[in-house]
Design a protein around this ligand. Sequence first.
Ligand code: ASP
Length: 377
Amino acid sequence: MTTPTASAAGRRQSWISILSIPLFALTLWTYGGAVQAAEPGKDAAAAGLPRILVLATGGTIAGQADPRATGAYKSGQITGEQLMASVPGLDKLAKINAEQISSIGSQDMNDKVWFALARRIQDAFDKNEADGIIITHGTDTLEETAFFLDNVVRGDKPVVIVGSMRPATAVSADGPGNLYEAVQVAADPRARGRGVMAVLNDKIQGARSVTKTNTTSIETFGSPNDGPIGYVDTAGGIRFMTQGAGFKRATYRLPAGEQLPRVAIVYSHANMDAVPIEDAISHGAKGIVLAGVGDGNTSKSALDALEAAAKKGIIVVRSTRVRSGFVTRNVEVDDDKNGFVVSEDLNPQKARVLTQLLIAGGVTAPAELQKAFTATW
Ligand code: ASP
């Protein structure tokens, strides 16, 4: 499989026994060729520890600060291998193999990286190379990647996505603790069948619900409608709040190629006109997700433009800019008449992902689309 930024040479198929030794020593040791190439999984299985495959994509968790600058840092500077090596005690939890998928801030996350992640995870599961997967990721679009993967990866082994709000070189960096907890969760058999989980700041949250709620605080990820699915800390271990998979996991086929159909998000506000909708259509949008006011509403002129778009075959999904709650059909807006779909609990950025997957899969009838959005309940 080819990955966007990492060539086959960049990916190490070596199971690394993670040692609590300084980052630089490990880096030198690694690049000095001391890491043994081994058949994935064999050594780990022999040691009786779960095999965890780490797929690194970049983000603040891999960021480094210039010590002379105040607060400024560059994300995606440290490799996944270096990251895992910097966390003491992981060798007691699991056998860890790290591969670099990309080295980007998640504001630049894109379809190409998503497809590479999805294919690599599926391959690792299908070939029984790992018992759990960890994705290291920037926090800005972490919830979108989690939701995308949750919808396309088949299998019930744990997939954990983790990031941090502070770079590795910050005072009180949150990355090491989050990584440790991510390994705890990914290595735990009770984490199976729960889909993709975000693990940050002692909480385990489901891919469908999790969202970033604060720009800079380490207490940023929340699940506004249903709360975390569990809690994790180094001393207390893992406490799941539900018995098993809370939601039915849909699995959509990963489209061929490396790109999802174009779906725009249009943000509603006071004094809203139809221009952003017309713009989206003129740029080839196959679907439009409305980040509506309140219960997914917008102005009369914007609604008229959306109705006209739906008549032309463009998929229109009403979501909301409000952080919690559900968008309900046919209350303030006549969805049946207009041919609209409502996003239920999905925020605009996740509704966009599901719309893309559905369009890519040839699902375009509003009733069928609505079924997919409502499938969880
Ligand atoms: N901009 C960064 C990113 O998403 C922020 C972070 O990781 O916290 O990659």
